[in-house]
Design a protein. Structure first.
Length: 375
């Protein structure tokens, strides 16, 4: 024991409770919403949600104990392994709901595209931490990292899974931006993307994906068809008012008007019963977690750790932003669940890997000698 921890054992006292306590509150609140989504029952959603969180919390604690040298040594092998799993999905992946995204390993069913989200972040952090500063504005700084992002994106788009491919691109782009690549490259890339948008829409997207994009602009035009998800979600959120209809009293989810009330549209389920107050609580907790993650990135004393932490924060932020925009009808329905609240093992695994990585960098920061930023 130490003076810092008082009567609390040092291993417990040194944990980042300023992030963990809000995280526990959010997961518990999510379990309450899932309890209601199941009609007032812990099964099948709330109980498995809590079990998964407990299992992945242990996983995050294990990740947090990794030494820096091991992480850097395993980065490229991990990227290659996940890339091979994505190829394996195309060759022999399990087909579910019209999509081929999973590998049946016997003892578990794994979605490799979820693993690629944090793996691409740590891979690019490793690349840029070893790239000489003088080459940051040269072709070497963008060609290989661009390929590292583009190859898994293409494999994920074949599944097809637009939301996950965009998440991979977003996490990678944030690391590239923070690594110091010239801003003009990103402006040029954004301009090119806007110019290519019509071609991507007509020739790159599946027909159902095109309908999702068009429906976003006017869901009421086909309120019982392509616009049903967004329309019912907006009804649920709007009907909650300031304080909501009360716990376990949501009509949209209980009467099965709201599609996927336990996964993609869990925020709408929550907002109907807890109202604006509940929504603000969720946003406040997310802001606390993200702010802590950004502080971990800022306090990192080497380039690798700083880029790694910032990329993990960006990955969690992407989930949050896209899901909230989606349920409010401001983004296409792309199947991105809400972190720590939606029922689903893949998203929980990815976000807890990000949390574990942030705890790991936080431990590195705490143990690092005082000094300047290095590679």
């Amino acid at each position: 024991m130490s003076a810092r921890g008082g009567i609390i054992p040092e291993p417990i006292a040194r944990q980042p409770w300023e992030m963990l306590i809000p995280l526990f509150m959010l997961v518990a609140f999510g379990a309450a919403v899932l309890f209601s989504a199941a009609g007032g029952s812990m099964d099948p959603f709330a109980s498995s949600h809590l079990i998964r969180f407990s299992v992945f919390l242990v996983m995050a604690a294990v990740i947090a104990s990794f030494p820096r040298e091991l992480v850097r040594f395993m980065t490229y092998p991990a990227y290659i392994a996940v890339l091979l799993m994505l190829v394996g999905v195309e060759a022999m992946g399990a087909l579910r709901g019209g999509s081929q995204r999973w590998l049946d390993l016997g003892f578990m069913v794994l979605q490799p595209s979820e693993l690629m989200k944090p793996v691409i972040v740590v891979t690019l952090a490793q690349f840029y931490s070893t790239l000489p500063v003088g080459l940051i504005s040269s072709w070497r700084a963008i060609v290989l990292p661009g390929a590292m992002i583009a190859v898994p994106m293409a494999l994920v788009l074949l599944q097809p899974d637009l939301g996950t491919s965009l998440a991979i691109a977003f996490g990678g782009a944030v690391v590239m931006l923070l690594a110091g690549l010239p801003l003009r490259w990103f402006i040029a890339g954004g301009t090119a993307a806007v110019a290519a948008a019509p071609l991507i829409f007509f020739f790159g997207l599946q027909e159902y994906q095109q309908r999702r994009v068009l429906t976003m602009f006017n869901p009421e035009e086909d309120a019982l068809g392509a616009g049903y998800h967004i329309t019912q979600s907006k009804i649920a959120i709007g009907s909650g008012g300031l304080f909501g209809k009360g716990f376990n009293n949501g009509s949209q989810s209980h009467l099965q008007y709201l599609p996927e009330p336990h996964t993609d549209f869990v925020f709408a389920t929550m907002a109907e019963e807890w109202g604006l107050v509940g929504g603000l609580f969720v946003l406040a907790v997310f802001s606390i977690i993200l702010r802590w993650g950004l502080r971990v990135a800022r306090e990192s004393r080497d380039r690798f750790a700083s880029l790694l932490a910032a990329g993990m924060v960006a990955t969690i932020f992407f989930y949050i932003a896209v899901n909230l925009l989606m349920v409010m009808g401001m983004a296409p329905v792309v199947g991105i669940p809400l972190p720590f609240m939606s029922h689903g093992g893949s998203s929980m695994m990815t976000n807890m890997i990000c949390i574990g990585a942030l705890m790991m960098v936080n431990r590195w920061n705490r143990n690092a000698p005082r000094g300047g930023l290095s590679g």
